[in-house]
Design a binder for this molecule. Structure first.
Ligand SMILES: [Zn+2]
Length: 448
């Protein structure tokens, strides 16, 4: 097959994966359909940003949720726009070209040049985004979502910066080596290289996260909970032994709740935040764990990887053409001579930022489908383990929403564009109505 036909094949693949997943949605069971309709009607009948029957906040918390919702919407799109504007400014005022010149003046060694250029680039990016980052952290402290001290916050920023520099430097060297060797097909070669790199990243993530949070074996701190979680593991025929379950000390920095299944193969593990254990009932924790195990049993990690590689393929292909087009038009003005110039990194990242904004709703729609499926799985997994799965689900979503002041009825367009999960209100309403164990209905994943 000729190389230039490949993009079309992969665009077709993206649509295929999406269609298969959408088909999964279309094949919703009668019980699922009824609960989805119930949730949609409940949200439609409630005032925008107002309480809904299945997830409501007291007046003072609702006011906080409404304010946070507006600020987050503004910050979200403001941050994306500023990312692009600041890159254009850095290119337009010759700052990127200056970074390249400085790196090349200081040393003739390519590795040192690459790392020095990236250091200057990351420093500029960090300083330009610092005001928004500081404001976001200030807001989290003000609303009690974070309890992290400023020195600790700056420490985390420094660690993240160092990681981005060290790992980003390796990627930069690989990218520019490939660009030099394959000037016309580097986008494809780099995409091929990205496959093992992404896989390794997911494998290694559980080993990197202890840099930011402390972990303890869950079995040591909470053996009774482990025994309960193992019931869900057995029900789903998963292979997650108790020693792969960990407690994350989130409370040192945050007040919000979470649980997660991470890594794969030898690094696969279940993480429960200590904040979740402090604020939820054991039944609710089991439900949250049921949701997480749903991602695992339903193969969401694998299908998300396929989806991600398809997205990366299109992004790299368009990025290659964007860099060529942008350099032929603005290269002289920006002082960027060719795609083989260190400064071309900024042009490529500009392309990724632009495509990222356009791809955001596609990625989030995909993610919400998985999250919804995991909710269905979670509720079915706890059936028989808790007295009433509906009550447990509503309780869990209310705790989850209240601890983060989640907007009960967000703007549907904002939800569509930016939410990786369905809104808490939608999930709570679905959980209330989802009952596949009544006569005439069938569970989706655990047949009667
Ligand atoms: Zn999830």
């Amino acid at each position: 097959m000729r190389l230039r036909r490949l993009p079309l094949v992969f665009v077709a693949c993206i649509f295929l994966v999406l269609t298969v997943n959408l088909a999964g949605c279309a094949s919703e069971t009668a019980a699922e359909h009824a609960a989805n309709v119930y949730a949609a009607q409940e949200l439609a009948a409630a005032p925008p940003h107002g309480n809904i029957p299945d997830y409501s906040l007291n007046p003072s918390d609702l006011a906080k949720a409404q304010h946070l919702s507006i600020v987050h919407e503004t910050l979200h799109f403001g941050d994306e726009a500023w990312g692009i504007i600041s890159l254009l400014l850095l290119l337009g005022f010759g700052a990127i070209a200056w970074m390249r010149d400085t790196a090349m003046k200081v040393t003739a060694n390519r590795w040192a040049q690459g790392y020095l250029f990236l250091l200057l680039y990351l420093l500029a990016g960090t300083l330009l985004s610092l005001p928004l980052d500081l404001y976001a952290q200030h807001l989290s402290l003000q609303y009690g979502l974070s309890v992290q001290s400023w020195p600790s916050w700056f420490g985390d920023q420094a660690k993240a910066f160092a990681l981005a520099w060290v790992i980003g430097g390796l990627l930069l060297m690989l990218l520019f080596w490939i660009i030099r060797k394959l000037p016309r097909s580097w986008w494809f070669a780099f995409w091929c290289a990205s496959i093992p790199i992404v896989l390794f990243g997911i494998f290694a993530a559980p080993y990197i996260e202890p840099i930011f949070f402390k972990y303890q074996p869950l079995e040591k701190t909470n053996p009774a909970l482990v025994a309960q979680l193992e019931q869900v593991v057995e029900k789903g025929h998963m292979n997650i032994p108790p020693e792969r379950m960990f407690l994350m000390k989130a409370s040192a920095k945050l007040t919000t709740l979470n649980a997660d299944v991470e890594g794969f193969g030898a690094s696969k593990r279940v993480i429960v935040w200590d904040t979740t254990i402090a604020k939820m009932t054991p039944d609710e924790i089991v439900f949250v764990f049921g949701h997480e195990s749903g991602h695992y049993v339903l193969g969401h990690i694998g299908s998300t990887l396929v989806f991600t590689f398809a997205i990366l393929f299109v992004t790299f292909y368009l990025g290659y053409h964007f860099v060529r087009g942008a350099l032929s038009k603005f290269g002289t003005r920006w002082g960027v001579s060719s795609q083989n110039d260190w400064a071309a990194l900024a042009v490529l990242l500009l392309a990724f930022s632009l495509f990222g904004i356009l791809l955001e709703p596609i990625e989030n729609t995909y993610s919400r489908m998985h999250e919804h499926a995991a909710d269905v799985y979670g509720q079915e997994a706890v059936h028989g383990l808790v007295p009433d799965p509906q009550t447990t689900a509503i309780g869990a979503f209310n705790v989850l929403g209240k601890t983060s002041f989640a907007d009960p009825n967000p703007n549907p367009l904002y939800e569509f564009w930016t939410y990786s999960h369905p809104s808490i209100g939608r999930r709570a309403a679905f959980g209330k109505a989802y009952n596949p164990w009544i006569p005439g209905m069938e569970p989706k994943y655990f047949k009667k």
